[in-house]
Design a protein around this ligand. Structure first.
Ligand SMILES: [Mn+2]
Length: 364
């Protein structure tokens, strides 16, 4: 069962879901030409904008016709949409999660925010785990680690630090965080939090992969939850659009300003807003520069999931969090906004089905 979770009313949308309807391709193109003539091709920002515009060129020509991701036929044909929509508070949200858990079918949740992972695992902890012996590890794909200050209220940026701090999650392996970000994340974590997290860099390095999942298997856990934040994929190559962190938004931002005629200082200021747009969440700005350049392609991700399922099953560790004879296998999160060409929906469908197929194949 694949279930679309509701939107939580108090959680801000990362951007206007209808933002693409105003996209002006002509202005984006004339801005790029003006940038090239003003700064030259040696300016790394200009070269980058030209590159991503070329990469998304096909999508850009019909961006205004795109529907939202939750409306795509590729998902509607396989996803239970009964709980989609908006709920006004966490209690309501938790009641729906509880109801889904009670159905006792292998489940993958889809959601517009990573904070839903925190709520799902907390509801599970309160209602199912209780005093029993389940100890949970997480395998996560994400270009961010979501390990910000856990003393703040739950939000998408601190979901895993909160879960680890609460003892709901014992340990996790994260794939997809770029090296430069790993260093700054590590430097801000306490020692005890650092010891609960392994960041895996190169999925092509089988030794590194085996070491990381063997480490997780040794953390005294007996079940693993799979949490996939789609911004860990190679969003640029796949031309994905329906999420907060992907190069598509740089191009939409580029078309918001009239750069032609401005001087260099004025352009510098706008370029910062285009590439590192202000965020209305806890962070000041979202850095989209080179986002999704080195993420995973879906095939790599699915192969990695299969290695994990095989390994943990062999070790007697359950894939997914256990509810009687069934498991909540994991979630795919941060699904939001216009899905140009249904490209995002197609990848989500593949990953969700891979999670369910592996779950069936490796359950005892
Ligand atoms: Mn995330």
């Amino acid at each position: 069962m694949i279930t679309w979770l509701p939107h939580l009313a108090h959680e801000p949308f990362p951007y206007d879901p209808e933002c693409h309807l105003m996209f002006d391709r002509h202005r984006a193109e004339s801005n790029i030409s003006y940038l090239v003539s003003t700064f030259g091709m040696n300016d790394e920002r200009v070269a980058y904008l030209l590159d991503i515009f070329a990469d998304y060129s096909e999508s850009m020509s019909f961006v205004r016709k795109a529907g939202l991701i939750q409306e795509q036929a590729e998902l509607l044909s396989i996803v239970d949409m009964n709980y989609a929509g908006t709920v006004s508070n966490e209690n309501e949200f938790n009641t729906l999660i509880k109801r889904t858990i009670d159905i006792q079918k292998p489940t993958v949740f889809l959601s517009d925010t990573h904070s839903s992972t925190g709520l799902v695992l907390s509801v599970y902890e309160k209602n199912v785990r209780g005093n029993t012996k389940f100890r949970t590890g997480v395998v996560c794909v994400d270009s961010h680690a979501d390990l910000y200050d856990h003393s703040q209220p739950l939000w998408k940026g601190n979901v895993f630090s909160s879960l680890i701090h609460a003892g709901t999650v014992q340990a996790m392996v994260i794939v997809g965080v770029p090296h430069f970000r790993q260093i700054s994340i590590r430097s801000e974590l306490t020692n005890s939090m650092n010891q609960r997290v392994v960041m895996l860099e190169d999925l092509n390095d089988r030794d590194e992969v085996n070491q990381a999942i063997a480490w997780l298997g040794d953390q005294n856990i007996n079940q693993v939850f799979y949490s996939i934040d789609l911004d860990g994929l190679t969003t640029r190559k796949l031309q994905l659009t329906a999420m907060e962190y992907c190069p598509f938004h740089i191009l939409l931002n580029l078309a918001k300003y009239e750069l032609t005629g401005l001087n260099k200082d004025q352009i510098d200021e706008h370029l910062d807003d285009i590439i590192r747009p202000p965020s209305h969440q806890q962070l000041g700005r979202r850095n989209l520069f080179h986002i999704g350049d080195n993420g995973l392609n879906t095939g790599e991700l699915i192969k990695f999931l299969e290695i994990c399922f095989g390994f943990f099953s062999h070790k007697g560790i359950n894939n997914g969090i256990k509810v009687d004879r069934h498991s909540i296998v994991g979630d795919i999160v941060e699904l939001f906004g216009p899905d140009v060409g249904s490209r995002t929906a197609v990848e989500v469908a593949k990953i969700a089905q891979a999670l369910l197929v592996n779950s069936a194949k490796y359950s005892k």
